[in-house]
Design a protein around this ligand. Structure first.
Ligand code: NAP
Length: 533
C-alpha cells in the first residue's frame, strides 16, 4: 500500500492543532516554474469555505488555499447587498458553533452585520494567508495517473490532493431569458448584483418575482420610488417576523457568561428541530401555521381583490415561508401595483406580462433567484472519465451524504445535493459536512490511501432512501412548483429530515461506502511540484 505520507507537507499531522504558518502557494508563477501543489483547494469563501478553512487548520492541515473569485470574503452575504437584505434565521443560530458572536445587534441581523461577522472570522481564525482573491476557478480536472486535481483559475494553476467545493447554491444569479430584454432602455439588475449608484427615487420600478429576496426589497424601496410594479408569478405564504434589537444586557450576558449564549442557541435549535416532522412527515400539521398566515394577509391587506391575488393556492411550507411585517403594507401602498402574472416579454420600455397586460418601467430589478439545480461549478469540474459533473448530473444532482460523488474522487461538497433546509440554519448543515470532510481527509492520511470515491451502490442506496422519504414531504405533496425541484420534478436541494439526523449521518466516513484509490507510483514529476508547493 503506497502511502501519501511520502510527500512532505507542512502541518499535515494527525494531531488536532493549529499548525505553523507557511508561505502559501500563490498560483502566479514565472515561465517554467512548476505548478504549486496543496493538500486541499477550497472553492469559495462564504460560510462554507471559511468554515472549511477553520476546520482544516484545527485538524492540523495548513497546506491549503481558498480560491475566491471576488475581492473579499462573504459569499452570498457579500453579493447580496440589496436594500433590506437580512437573514430570516435568528443570528444566534445562524453563526458558527465555534465562533459565537455576543454582539449580534438584532435577533434577525442584517447583511452588513453578517458580512462583518465573516470578515472577523477570517481574521480571528488566521485564515487570511490562505485566501486567494480574484481567483475564479475555471476548471478542476481529476488526473488519474497523478491521483490529484489540477485546478485552472483566472490567476494561475494549482494541483491539489482534494478539492472542497463551497461555491454555494446561491452564487450565480438567474435572470429569465425574456424576448426583448436586451433592448430595454432603462436600468436592469439582479437582486444579488445591486447597483448602488443607481438612484431609484422618483422612478417607475418593476420588480420581478416574489421570493425571499423580493419580499425584503419591496418594502425597502416602495417609499422611495414613484411607482412600483410587482410581477408575481406565484404568491408566497408570509408570516410575521418577530425581530427586535438585542439589548445591551443580553450582549453583556452573552459576552461574560457564554453559557447564556449557548442556552439561547440551544433553544432556537430545539424549536426548529421540533418543526421538522410537520415539513417532512406530517404536512397536515402545517394547517395551523397556514391559518396564522391567512390572518396575517387579512390584517395586512384590506382590499379583498388584492388579498385574493396574494393568497397562495398551495400548502404552506411547499415553497419557502417568508417572514415579514412590512411586505403586505408595501404591496397595499397607493404607489404599488401587483401584477398577478409572470413577466413574458419586454418591448422597449414596456413590460408585457404573461396575462397580456402592459406596464411602463424605468428600471427592472430581477428577484428571480439563482442557478441552484444547475450549479455552474458543475460544468467546470471533470472527474475520472473526463466527464463533467454537469454531464454526470444531467438527469439530476446526487451525491453520497450530500458530500461526495462517484467518479469525482476527493471532491467534497459543502452544501451539496439534498443538504438544504426549509426551516432552520444552514450553518448547522455546513458544520456537519465539514465534520465529514475532515474525517475523510484524516482517514485517508491514516490508512495511506491517496483518494476515495463513493461506491455506485452506496450512492444509489443513499439517494433511493432519501427520495423515498421525500415523497411524503410538504415540498412534494404541497401542490407547488419550487426552485427545490429540478426539471424532472425531483427535489435535489432539500434534506428530508432533521439537522440532528444529518449530523449523525455525517459524523464519520464509513469506508464500506467507499472505494479507495492508492497512489499509482511515486512519480518523479510530482516531486518537482511538491518542492514548489
Ligand atoms: P427565489 O426564491 O428563487 O424566487 C424567485 C422568484 O422569481 C419567484 O417568486 C419566482 O416565481 C419568480 N420568477 C422567476 N421568473 C419569473 C418571471 N419570468 N416572472 C415573474 N416572476 C418570476 O429567489 P430569491 O428570492 O432570491 O431567494 C432564493 C433563496 O435565497 C431563498 O429561498 C432563500 O433560501 C435565500 N434567501 C434568504 C433570505 C433570508 O434569509 N431572508 C433572503 C433572500 C434569499 P415562482 O415562484 O413562480 O417560480
Amino acid at each position: 500500500m503506497a502511502s501519501s505520507s511520502k510527500r512532505p507537507r507542512s502541518g499535515a499531522s494527525d494531531t488536532p492543532a493549529v499548525p505553523d504558518e507557511k508561505p502559501a502557494a500563490t498560483g502566479v508563477r514565472e515561465a517554467g516554474e512548476a505548478v504549486p501543489h496543496v493538500r486541499v483547494a477550497v472553492i469559495g469563501s462564504g460560510f462554507g469555505g471559511l468554515g472549511a478553512a477553520v476546520r482544516l487548520r484545527r485538524a492540523g492541515i495548513a497546506d491549503f488555499v481558498v480560491l475566491e473569485r471576488a475581492d473579499s470574503v462573504g459569499g452570498t452575504w457579500r453579493d447580496n447587498s440589496y436594500p433590506g437584505c437580512a437573514c430570516d434565521v435568528p443570528s444566534h443560530l445562524y453563526s458558527f458553533s465555534f465562533a459565537p458572536n455576543a454582539d449580534w445587534p438584532r435577533s434577525f441581523s442584517g447583511q452588513p452585520d453578517i458580512r462583518a461577522y465573516l470578515e472577523k472570522v477570517a481574521t480571528v481564525f488566521g485564515l487570511r494567508p490562505h485566501l486567494r482573491f480574484g481567483t475564479e476557478v475555471l476548471e478542476a480536472r481529476w488526473e488519474n495517473e497523478e491521483t490529484r486535481w489540477r485546478i485552472t483559475t483566472s490567476a494561475g494553476q494549482w494541483t491539489a490532493d482534494a478539492v472542497v467545493s463551497a461555491a454555494g447554491p446561491l452564487a450565480d444569479p438567474q435572470i429569465p431569458d425574456l424576448p426583448g430584454l436586451s433592448g430595454f432602455p432603462g436600468k436592469v439588475f439582479h437582486s444579488s448584483r445591486w447597483d448602488h449608484e443607481f438612484d431609484l427615487a422618483g422612478k417607475h420600478v418593476a420588480i420581478i418575482g416574489t421570493g425571499a429576496s423580493a419580499a425584503q426589497i419591496i418594502p425597502s424601496i416602495q417609499p422611495r420610488v414613484a411607482k412600483l410594479t410587482v410581477f408575481q408569478r406565484t404568491p408566497a405564504w408570509v408570516l410575521p417576523r418577530r425581530d427586535r434589537e438585542i439589548t445591551q444586557l443580553e450582549k453583556w450576558l452573552h459576552g461574560r457568561l457564554p453559557l447564556t449564549a449557548k442556552v439561547r442557541r440551544g433553544t432556537l435549535f430545539a424549536l426548529r428541530e421540533l418543526q421538522v416532522d410537520a415539513f417532512v412527515r406530517r404536512p397536515g400539521l402545517l394547517r395551523l401555521v397556514q391559518q396564522l398566515a391567512e390572518r396575517h394577509i387579512a390584517q395586512g391587506i384590506p382590499d379583498p381583490s388584492l388579498r385574493a391575488k396574494l393568497t397562495p393556492d398551495y400548502r404552506i411550507g411547499c415553497k419557502r415561508i417568508l417572514l415579514s411585517n412590512t411586505y403586505y403594507p408595501a404591496l397595499a401602498a397607493a404607489n404599488t401595483e401587483v401584477v398577478a402574472s409572470g413577466l413574458r416579454e419586454v418591448r422597449g420600455s414596456t413590460l408585457v406580462a404573461a396575462d397580456g397586460t402592459e406596464h411602463q418601467a424605468d428600471a427592472i430589478v430581477f428577484g428571480t433567484g439563482f442557478h441552484v439545480t444547475d450549479m455552474p461549478i458543475g460544468a467546470r469540474v471533470f472527474g475520472v472519465n473526463g466527464t463533467s459533473l454537469a454531464e454526470e448530473w444531467k438527469d439530476g444532482m446526487e451525491a453520497l451524504r450530500g458530500s461526495t460523488v462517484r467518479g469525482f474522487p476527493n471532491l467534497f461538497f459543502v452544501i451539496g445535493p439534498n443538504t438544504g433546509l426549509g426551516n432552520s440554519s444552514m450553518i448547522l448543515m455546513i458544520e456537519s459536512q465539514l465534520n465529514y470532510m475532515i474525517d475523510a481527509l484524516t482517514t485517508l492520511g491514516s490508512i495511506g490511501a491517496a483518494a476515495m470515491q463513493p461506491t455506485a451502490r452506496a450512492q444509489r442506496q443513499w439517494n433511493l432512501e432519501l427520495q423515498h422519504r421525500m415523497d411524503r414531504t410538504v415540498w412534494t405533496t404541497g401542490g407547488c412548483r419550487s426552485w427545490y425541484l429540478d426539471p424532472n420534478g425531483r427535489n435535489t436541494v432539500l434534506w428530508p429530515g432533521s439537522t440532528t439526523s444529518f449530523r449523525r449521518a455525517t459524523r464519520r466516513v464509513d469506508l464500506g461506502e467507499y472505494e479507495l484509490i492508492m497512489r499509482a507510483a511515486p512519480a518523479a514529476a510530482r516531486t518537482v511540484q511538491e518542492v514548489s508547493a
